[in-house]
Design a protein around this ligand. Sequence first.
Ligand SMILES: [Cu+2]
Length: 170
Amino acid sequence: MNTRFSTLVAGIALAAVTTFATAHESHAPKAGTATLAPEQKAWGIAGKASAVKRTIDIAMADDMTFTPSVLEVREGDTIRLRLKNRGKDLHELVLGTAAVIEDHAAMMKKHPGMEHDEPWMAHVQPGKTGELIWTFNRAGDFDFACLVKDHYELGMAGRVRVLAAAAPTR
Ligand SMILES: [Cu+2]
């Protein structure tokens, strides 16, 4: 086999591989490219890291506390909730209205092993730090809670007050 011929063979092989890859790609589901628009909830909408205006540190502990447990933010602000789990147990922070959290807690009780992951919640392993970026674009009083096991019944909850954007700032 002369050099020129072997180069040609290699070229054909490469072309075949490329063609196959392209064809394969075009038949693959476009899961990675389809991005769902964030869903507006009564308590806000998923926020972008680039829009974060303020970071609030919250500690989670095995005595079923969030510290602080009362937050005050301004309507329209994108907030990073930086969650530090100081305990030995898994904890989470689920944002919502009181009614939604109650419903969710009841569902978790029925199906304890149920996987749930939404932009308005974050699960934090013991000793780890997690975060949740949320745009509070609806004024009002909202709740957050940990729905791991019986933590919510044991009082692991807090409140977010979202002040109306039109209200005076001082
Ligand atoms: Cu918890």
